[in-house]
Design a protein around this ligand. Structure first.
Ligand code: AMP
Ligand code: ZN
Length: 493
């Protein structure tokens, strides 16, 4: 099915493309860090989830039985990367004067609604951090029992020096312990830790902290990293195939997940680490915290100050697919306009192929299998969508050129090609055929204006029969011409 090549995936852990072999034949377990639901997701977040949607869609297309787990972080994400500061969700609840769980519901709903617009398929399991407090406490207890964690004043920290006696810390982000020691500032409030680079597994809650739970160490709340370890290991096993997220999560989040999982089970938790690169705006990372971001709804309605034209979800998805997921991508009005044109050309080409028919049973001039194997080759090369799109256009160009010969393709080959186009465009890339309303309006305006002009000319030449004919024919299809002293305008019935 996948042509002649086999799937290779770039593993951030080894910095190499590796032949993909699932741990269990035909079954693939994949975990992707989901959003922290204290705000609306921006287009940068969407890029990461759209990339993993493509990856999961392709794995399923290859015949794998995929269990896709993507969590919702609804607690524990602190204001800064140190272990102190206010929980972002609690802060939002305070600002909006609502319950933290109302914040969570509001922004989880918004997240789901947005991803549906982008044709992102839901994961198989979408666990929440607050729904897995017991599991997190269990893991922390186990880490304390095996000596990899210690308790101080109602908080629990992961002991990195202890971990380094048996394992290596920093293998994902290539950081050395000495370097970490040099770079870790001794922020106030961290002094209870043995070492500044130790990270929190559990934090003691102050009196006025809202989101807190009972634990063996008193009332508190979990650290950020332990939630993903608890949920991924619970649903995918102690070792699973793929763990993904944006490249900004490599350190410290994913590095800490590796340490936690390895300390717990003596095996690294993940075989292949996949990281998507950032969507940028004006060359800078799109981020909630800096305000350098675009919300999807602003893009769809053309109300963002950076991009004033409206672009549909599918054009935005196409724009993202034109870049490889590991490359940075800068969003701009010009780039989106180019993508809009490209997408229209692609869909036009697809419709052209889809409408072709053939009764020919001889040999095709067009080598369908060669074209198809190029599509697979691109996708098997670490999900290379820009190359895939280039190959799709290449095939369209050739078919257009050859189709002037009547018998250029036999009927079986044509069917195969039509089917493959459908599968790649809609099942794998997640595109759809939508009539762009703005464009339709524009074309309608232009066409009716042209007819009004022709009617005007006919009247000037005293050809009233022609003028009436134009008016009546337009009326018969629901377009009413209204004459007034300033000229003629039209209305739809
Ligand atoms: P957060 O809600 O901030 O934890 O982010 C959710 C996901 O979006 C994570 O996988 C991040 O790595 C990813 N992400 C955040 N900003 C960007 C960006 N500008 N471009 C691509 N992915 C991003
Ligand atoms: Zn995570």
């Amino acid at each position: 099915m996948s042509g002649t090549s086999e799937l290779k995936i770039y593993n951030s852990l080894t910095s190499r493309k590796e032949l993909f072999k699932p741990l269990q034949k035909n079954n693939v377990g994949i975990y992707v860090c989901g959003p922290t639901v204290y705000n609306k997701v921006h287009l940068g977040n969407c890029r990461t989830f759209i990339s993993f949607d493509l990856i999961v869609r392709y794995l399923r297309h290859l015949g794998y039985n995929v269990r896709y787990v993507r969590n919702i972080t609804d607690v524990g994400h602190l204001e800064d990367d140190s272990d102190d500061g206010e929980d972002r969700i609690a802060k939002k609840a305070r600002l909006e004067n609502i319950e933290p769980m109302e914040v969570v519901k509001k922004y989880s709903d918004d997240f789901h609604k947005t991803l549906r617009k982008f044709k992102v398929l839901p994961p198989n399991i979408e666990p929440t951090a607050t729904g897995h407090i017991i599991e997190q406490i269990e893991l922390i207890k186990k880490l304390i029992d095996s000596g990899f964690a210690y308790e101080v004043n109602g908080s629990v920290y992961f002991d990195i020096k202890k971990y380094c006696e048996s394992y290596e810390y920093g293998i994902l982000s290539n950081r050395k312990l000495e370097e970490l020691l040099k770079n870790t500032r001794d922020l106030s409030g961290q002094s209870e830790k043995k070492e500044p680079f130790d990270f929190a597994l559990w934090k003691k809650a102050s009196k006025n902290h809202i989101m807190k739970w009972n634990s063996p160490w008193g009332q508190g709340f979990p650290g950020w990293h332990i939630e993903c370890t608890a949920m991924s290991l619970k649903y995918l096993g102690n070792q699973f195939d793929i763990h993904g997220g944006g490249i900004d999560l490599k350190f410290p989040h994913h590095e800490c997940e590796i340490a936690q999982g390895t300390a717990l089970n003596s095996v690294p938790p993940v075989k292949t680490w996949m990281h998507t690169n950032m969507l940028t705006l004006n060359g800078k990372k799109m981020a909630k915290s800096t305000g350098n971001n675009i919300l999807p709804e602003e893009l769809f309605s053309g109300t963002n100050k950076n991009i004033s034209e409206a672009f549909s979800p599918v054009v935005t998805r196409f724009f993202m697919m034109q870049a490889h997921y590991r490359n940075q991508l800068d969003i701009s009005q010009d780039a989106l306009n180019a993508s809009k044109k490209g997408y229209q050309r692609l869909i036009k080409g697809y419709k052209f192929i889809d409408n072709l028919s053939s009764n020919y049973i001889g040999k095709s001039i067009f080598d369908v299998n060669e074209a198809i194997s190029k599509f697979y080759y691109a996708m098997n090369d670490d999900f290379n969508t820009p190359v895939l799109i280039k190959e799709l256009f290449e095939a369209l160009k050739r078919i257009k050129g050859l189709s002037i010969n009547k018998d250029f393709i036999n009927k079986d080959d044509l069917k195969k090609l039509q089917n493959t186009f459908r599968v790649f465009l809609f099942d794998i890339l997640g595109f759809e055929v939508v009539e762009d309303k703005n464009d339709t309006d524009e074309y309608l305006n232009k066409t009716v204006s042209l007819l009004i002009e022709l009617r005007e000319n006919a009247r000037k030449n005293n050809d009233f029969k022609k003028a009436d004919e134009i008016r009546e024919n337009l009326l018969s299809i629901g377009i009413i011409l209204k004459d007034n002293k300033n000229g003629t305008r039209f209305e739809l019935k």
